[in-house]
Ligand binder design. Structure first.
Ligand code: FAD
Ligand code: MG
Length: 349
């Protein structure tokens, strides 16, 4: 396969099958009480596999919670709490559930850490592109110029005492798409612990939480999908216990216009999809909200600044893949992450 196929218009060659999925590899010894369950919620297919002690009640709790989070946080539906915050931008603070405040606070923390590369107020720019809908389009430079001044995470006020979130200027819009799946994965892990289920794999559209370890004390082996092929082919394997892996990339949500590939991770600086030679970043961490914020933030920052940020955070690791299929890992993964596809090479410093 042509390793340059990811540059500019070359993505067309892969059509709609260009995505990365993290998946739990086979070899799991399981006496399943209730089979794995999947549902389309929070804008993606969510699959939960409770390998042991999984009950209908546990699955119900999990999927009820995911629907509750979607109902509070979707920026794509009327009547959610995020929608209410957006509609009251520049007018008044809005009382919201602590779920929403927790995600906004995490987003603001990582916005600060990334120097604004991650910005939860990217909403006006996201709406212009409309990527992921049936009707994506390339906005005009004038539209982007009008929207960009509304993007500034410093103009978000979270008041925990009052239980409110306020966007200071009219026209501002929150978009929690880069963070909420991570929060949701942490909530699913909490419910799994509450039900005293010792091992499980949670996959919220590629946002993976590996709970516990495999029976017998072995780590889960999580595969990092080959971005150039169908789901299921992996470029490498990472053994993990009680960790989350979250990937951001250019392969899953995108559209093409005039032979050009436009993906969904947008620069808060110029409003265009970030192009920095990366095709994906996978973050490995304890908390999925951190990993979700960081996957988007480090993708937007690029390899050097992204790696520096990850290395400054204890307990967080990353796998960066570039358009030439070179793979960069942070030091904590040396000796554990194993590349299994020889078209991909580990980049040495
Ligand atoms: P990530 O890298 O984690 O996030 C990328 C997303 O974050 C982009 O799609 C954009 O929304 C936003 N973003 C882009 N650039 C930046 C930036 N620089 N800083 C911060 N954020 C940025 N999708 C649908 O198609 N229909 C739905 O009805 C729908 N409902 C959803 C409801 C909820 C509660 C959530 C959490 C998501 C929903 N989504 C829906 C999906 C959502 O719009 C995002 O596209 C998705 O969460 C992207 O996740 P990711 O892991 O692929 O990428
Ligand atoms: Mg993210």
């Amino acid at each position: 396969m042509n390793v340059n196929a990811f540059s500019s218009g070359g993505l067309r060659a892969f059509g709609g099958c260009l995505f990365v999925l993290l998946f739990s590899l086979a070899g799991i010894s399981c006496a399943e009480a209730v089979p794995a369950q999947s549902e389309y919620v929070i804008g993606t297919v969510c699959t939960v596999n409770l390998y042991e002690k999984g009950t209908k009640a546990a699955y119900k709790d999990i999927f009820d919670r995911l629907r509750e989070i979607e109902a509070r946080m979707s920026a794509n539906a009327d009547g959610t709490e995020v929608d209410a915050i957006n509609k009251s931008a520049g007018v008044a603070p809005v009382a919201v559930h602590e779920d929403v405040r927790a995600v906004v606070k995490a987003a603001l923390r990582f916005a600060a850490l990334s120097g604004g590369a991650l910005d939860p107020t990217i909403g006006p720019v996201v709406k212009l592109w409309n990527i992921g809908s049936d009707d994506p389009r390339v906005p005009s430079p004038a539209e982007l110029k009008a929207a960009l001044p509304l993007v500034d995470w410093k103009d978000v006020v979270v008041d925990d005492a009052a239980g409110t979130v306020f966007l200071k200027r009219a026209g501002m819009k929150l978009d929690l798409g880069a963070m909420a799946k991570g929060y949701a994965a942490d909530e699913v892990a909490r419910i799994i612990a509450k039900h005293k289920i010792p091992r499980a794999i949670v996959d919220l559209g590629g946002n993976v939480m590996a709970v516990g370890e495999k029976q017998g004390g072995e780590p889960w082996r999580v595969g990092v999908q080959d971005p150039s092929s169908e789901r299921g082919n992996h470029i490498g394997i990472l053994p993990v216990k009680n960790k989350t892996l979250v990937t951001s990339g250019i392969y899953e949500r995108f559209f093409e216009a005039d032979g050009k590939h436009y993906h969904h991770i947008l620069s808060p600086r110029d409003g265009y999809p970030v192009e920095n030679g990366l095709i994906s970043v996978t973050i490995v961490a304890d908390r999925s909200i951190d990993a979700d914020c960081l996957s988007t933030a480090t993708f937007a920052l690029g390899l050097e600044a992204g790696r520096k940020l990850v290395e400054s955070l204890p307990g967080v690791e990353a796998i960066f893949i570039d358009t030439d299929f070179r793979v960069t890992i942070t030091p904590g993964l040396a000796g554990t992450f194993r590349i299994t596809d020889d078209r991909f090479t580990l980049k040495k410093d």
